[in-house]
Structure formats: structure tokens, C-alpha cells
Design a protein around this ligand. Structure first.
Ligand code: PLP
Length: 428
């Protein structure tokens, strides 16, 4: 028996499902989760001493690899001065200046403690700014676990919110409208149905919570145009894509200007951080400038700001995104090649430091229905085989993968050699 097994047995007694966030429990792939105690660069080490090449990167923040010396140093220096003051402190000012300088669509930004808080608060601002209560999101997109976002329309109820999670009030769920990702007609139909009632369209500009699905050409432009036409705000949830796919996030990569943007992950470098920001006409509404209440005991925490600023400095180095994109492309193309050689139908995708792979006969996957129709059993077998090989992929077919600047050519080669063996096994 392993130490991971013992820990999970104890965890299940005192923690729901033995974890503090559901996807960690391995429910979608079977088996028991691995408990980790140390991570460095592209590698993580479990409590039983096994080394893994990590493609989760703590779900996105670790774009420079784990335990980067410059980030650890910045955190240690900040810790030595105090953990939290509950007052304004210099790091928050530098962070706000830095984010607004990097992302031209932002006049102001408010720091929060998670992506969930960022999305929840940005939605509140959009509702307040427009005086409207309904909003549109996309099936398969995730914006954290605030009530309004935990809603997914069933096939027969495209326009009527059906709570995905018990505990979400029906009255609130009805205000959440679900459209199809990469399908502008489904968005326009909702605007036509509720022309004066939609506060915003919230979208992951590259969907990373139904595997990895980039926008089709014209999709984001079309959303911008529809929002302008119907007087709604365009809310980009860049919690995952922000500083991961381009120095200016997905909005920079595709050249679209949203009204409001959410961030998380990379801007915290592994500390609990989120942020939302936008044009002044929206941000002036946020308390104490305006009446939209939003607050946080630990928001703008000095240690978290130090970590995030060190990360933003590292990703600003010349050529950072070229190298990251190249490693990610090599990984995705390599996976495609070994799958093709094994005769296993697969579609792969890479954008910046994000990648995805689908066990499907289709050339590419563009929405949730298609992602859900992929061979999930085959994913499970692949995941399990790769884990045994020491390759740590997300334990769900509906998550994007993440590469860091610490992933070397030999990490990619090792991963592809393992994939070749595992795909060879599961093709039999
Ligand atoms: N938005 C997106 C696009 C995300 O991917 C996530 C988390 O994965 C969130 C929001 C929620 O962020 P958090 O888990 O920090 O609350």
C-alpha cells in the first residue's frame, strides 16, 4: 500500500470525497488520486517518491514551472515583511499598473482571491452597468462556481436555465442563458428573444474547460458585434487564457476588445489570486468609487502580489511566448503523430501554452456536444497508462493541458515515448 492510498483513506473521512476540489478525486478516470509533496520545474514528486512530468501546472498558474527560484525568492522576501496587512500596500499598486499596462482594454482592475470571485463580481458589474439581469454563457464553458454560472441548458431547454447543481435557486438559474460555443446563431437567437434584457455575454475566448477549443474565425468578432448591437457588455473570462496564450491574453491574440475581463491563475503564480477589470465606465461603478459592492479580507495580499509580479516579470522576457508556443506545438504534434502511427483517431490542438487532445474521428472539435461525444473510455485508458509512465495529465477529458517554460525537449521526448507505448497498448 502506498502513502497516497493511506492519505486518501484518511482524507475521505474528513473531507467531502477526500478532496478540496472535485476534479482532483479522479472520479472521471477511476482509481485513486496521487498525493504530491514537492514540485520543481516541469516535475512533481508524489509522497511515495515517484517523479512525474506535469502537464497540469496547478491548473494553469505555473507557466514558468514549479518553484521558480525568482518567484520563491520574491515570496520569501514578502513573507519576511508580514503575511497580510488588510490595508493598501505597494505591491497591489504595482500589480494594477502592470496588468493595465499589459492589457489595453483595462483602465482599472480589482484584485480578488480566485477566478470564481472575479467572474462573479464582473457579472455583478455588467448587470449594474446595464440595468439588465439576464446574461449569456456557453455550454461547456466554466467560470467558477458562483450560482449564476453553475447553469447548463438541457437539450430541450436551450433558452431556459436548468440548474446544473442542486442549491442554485431556480429563479437565479432562469437568468442564465446558454448558447453554443462557436455558434453565433445560437447567441443571436437569445438576443432576439430578450433584446433589452441581456447584461453581458460571458465567454472563455479559448474554451479550456471542455478540453481545449479555440474560437472559430469570426466567432469572437461576432460576439463583439452582437454585444454592441444589443447594448450588452462583452465579458472575457481570461482566468485560464490570460498571460497563457499571448502577452495580452486571448484578446491580444485575436485582436478583440472586451468590456470586462477576468484573470486568475498566472497573475498569482500559484497563490490564491484573481482579478477583474475593464473600461472606466464599468470600473467606476465598483465600491468605493461606485455602488456595486465588492470586497475581500485578503484581496491584494502582499505575498500573493509578490508572487504574481515575479511571474509577470518572467513572462515579459523576450521570446518567452515563442519558446512556450514551440514546446506546446511540439508536444501536440508529437501526440498526433504517435496516435496516427498507432491507428488511434485523435485530434490535437495547441494555442500558446495550452493544448488539448480528443479521441475522435473528427479533424477538430468546436463545441461541447462534440467534446462530450469523444471516446471517454479511451481517454481513461490513456490517462491511466500515462500516469503509470510518470506523465501527469489532467484527470478528465474536459480539461486543457498546460505546458511551462520549464518543460525541456527531453520532457517532451519522454512524454511522447510514453504515449507511444500507452497508445500501442490500448490500440490492441
Ligand atoms: N474561469 C475559468 C475560465 C477557469 O478555468 C476557472 C478555473 O479553472 C475559473 C474561472 C475559476 O477559478 P478558481 O478556480 O480560481 O475559482
Amino acid at each position: 500500500m502506498t502513502l497516497s492510498h493511506d492519505l486518501f483513506a484518511r482524507a475521505r473521512v474528513r473531507m467531502p470525497g477526500g478532496v478540496n476540489s472535485p476534479v482532483r478525486a479522479f472520479a472521471a478516470v477511476g482509481g485513486e488520486p496521487v498525493f504530491f509533496e514537492r514540485a520543481e520545474g516541469a516535475h512533481m514528486f508524489d509522497v511515495d517518491g515517484k517523479r512525474y512530468i506535469d502537464y497540469i501546472g496547478s491548473w494553469g498558474p505555473m507557466i514558468c514551472g514549479h518553484s521558480h527560484p525568482k518567484i520563491i525568492e520574491a515570496v520569501q522576501a514578502a513573507v519576511a515583511k508580514g503575511l497580510s496587512f488588510g490595508t493598501p500596500s505597494p505591491g497591489e499598486v504595482t500589480m494594477a499598473e502592470k496588468i493595465c499596462e499589459l492589457i489595453p482594454s483595462l483602465d482599472q482592475v480589482r484584485m480578488v482571491n480566485s477566478g470564481t470571485e472575479a467572474a462573479m463580481s464582473a457579472l455583478r458589474v455588467a448587470r449594474a452597468a446595464t440595468g439588465r439581469e439576464r446574461f449569456i454563457k456557453f455550454e461547456g464553458c466554466y467560470h467558477g462556481h458562483a450560482d449564476s454560472f453553475l447553469v447548463k441548458a438541457g437539450s430541450g431547454a436551450q433558452t431556459l436555465g436548468v440548474p446544473t447543481s442542486p442549491g442554485v435557486p431556480k429563479g437565479l438559474a432562469e437568468l442564465t442563458l446558454n448558447a453554443k460555443f462557436n455558434d453565433l446563431d445560437s447567441v443571436e437567437a437569445l438576443f432576439k428573444q430578450y433584446p433589452d434584457e441581456i447584461a453581458c455575454v460571458a465567454v472563455e475566448p479559448i474554451a479550456g474547460n471542455m478540453n481545449c477549443i479555440p474560437p472559430e474565425p469570426g466567432f469572437l468578432e461576432g460576439l463583439r458585434e452582437l454585444c454592441d448591437r444589443y447594448g450588452a457588455a462583452l465579458l472575457f473570462d481570461e482566468v485560464m487564457t490570460g498571460f497563457r496564450v499571448h502577452p495580452q491574453g486571448a484578446q491580444g491574440l485575436y485582436g478583440i476588445t472586451p468590456d470586462l475581463t477576468c484573470f486568475g491563475k498566472v497573475i498569482g503564480a500559484g497563490m490564491p489570486v484573481g482579478a477583474f477589470g475593464g473600461k472606466m465606465e464599468y470600473m467606476k461603478l465598483v465600491a468605493p468609487s461606485g455602488p456595486v459592492y465588492q470586497a475581500g479580507t485578503l484581496s491584494g495580499n502582499p505575498v500573493a502580489m509578490a508572487a504574481g509580479l515575479a511571474n509577470l516579470e518572467l513572462i515579459g522576457e523576450p521570446g518567452f511566448y515563442d519558446r512556450l508556443g514551440e514546446t506546446t506545438r511540439q508536444l501536440a504534434e508529437g501526440l498526433q503523430r504517435v496516435a496516427d502511427e498507432a491507428g488511434i483517431p485523435m485530434a490535437t490542438v495547441a494555442v500558446g501554452g495550452m493544448f488539448g487532445f480528443f479521441f475522435t474521428e473528427q479533424n477538430r472539435v468546436v463545441n461541447f456536444d462534440q467534446a462530450a461525444a469523444c471516446d471517454l473510455e479511451r481517454f481513461k485508458a490513456f490517462f491511466t497508462g500515462m500516469l503509470a509512465e510518470g506523465i501527469y495529465l489532467a484527470p478528465s477529458a474536459f480539461e486543457a493541458g498546460f505546458v511551462s517554460s520549464a518543460h525541456s525537449q527531453s520532457d517532451v521526448d519522454e512524454t511522447l515515448a510514453a504515449a507511444e507505448r500507452v497508445l500501442g497498448q490500448i490500440s490492441k
